[in-house]
Design a protein around this ligand. Structure first.
Ligand code: HPA
Length: 250
């Protein structure tokens, strides 16, 4: 059966369509005067709606992204589920640069972001269950595809706690020590409130994340984001293969 699949791309993944043939559509939402631009294409007989999280010119930093508008726009496209792509720093020992992680948990350290559609509680269900923030079966499919392509998914299955920080600055060494003590395996800036808004909308959501650096204080070096380009390019090429193969198998 053909599905409508939402893919949210982050740093390093600005299109799923190498031929640039995807159709742009600007969608107005109740959450912004600015339209949200999505790119629609047909892949393996599925309708794929690609949303560049940081905007079509890639310039919106994580704390300024209008997550509510983005997710609302995807919902308007009638998507059946969302695969999100994230770029992260590695905290736990096995999360070395180049590793792929399909996280199964989140700790939210962000603040001040518009993070809910339920600013007025209309029913008890507005308190969404978020015990497991990622869709387990979609995560499993992503993990199986990653492994079948021979790509480096640590532990061979979904798992890992994503600590989401506010950004855009990177963390201090002490913040990373604290996050490690809290149980975070990876650190990024974009998982939240995205994952929670998808749950509020009732849309299954999973993430595939690429580790591009050791988090602050874990090596002797300071973190130069400009220097991670080759890890990012190579890793994202792998993630794109996972996305396309997953879509083809659905
Ligand atoms: N911290 C936060 N976000 C990130 C990092 C990091 O070290 N690397 C990539 N995204």
């Amino acid at each position: 059966m053909s599905s409508v699949i939402g893919v949210i791309g982050g740093s390093g993944l600005y299109t799923l369509d190498d031929n640039e043939a995807a159709e742009p559509t600007a969608l107005i939402t109740p959450y912004s005067d600015e339209p949200v631009t999505v790119f629609t294409s047909n892949i393996a007989s599925h309708n794929v709606v690609f949303l560049p999280r940081h905007g079509s010119s890639h310039g919106t930093p994580p704390h300024r992204i209008n997550y509510r508008a983005n997710l609302h726009a995807l919902a308007e496209c009638g998507i059946d589920f969302i695969i999100a792509v994230n770029v992260v720093g590695g905290i736990s020992a096995q999360m070395s640069p180049g590793t792929i992680v399909i996280p199964d948990q989140i700790i939210d350290y962000t603040w001040g972001r518009e993070h809910t559609y339920f600013d007025r509680l209309e029913k008890p269900e507005n308190h969404i269950d978020f015990t497991w923030p990622y869709d387990k079966s979609l995560s499993k499919v992503l993990a199986q595809t990653t492994l079948s392509l021979g790509l480096p998914l640590k532990s061979g299955e979904p798992g890992g706690v994503y600590g989401c920080t506010q950004g855009p600055r990177l963390e201090t060494a002490a913040e990373i020590t604290r996050m490690k003590n809290d149980g975070c395996d990876i650190v990024g800036m974009t998982a939240m409130p995205e994952a929670a808004l998808a749950r509020e909308l009732g849309i299954a959501y999973a993430s595939i994340a690429l580790v591009v650096n050791w988090a602050a204080g874990l090596t002797q070096e300071t973190i130069a984001f400009g220097d991670i380009a080759s890890t990012l390019d190579e890793g994202m090429a792998g993630i794109k293969r996972v996305l396309l193969a997953t879509i083809a198998d659905l």
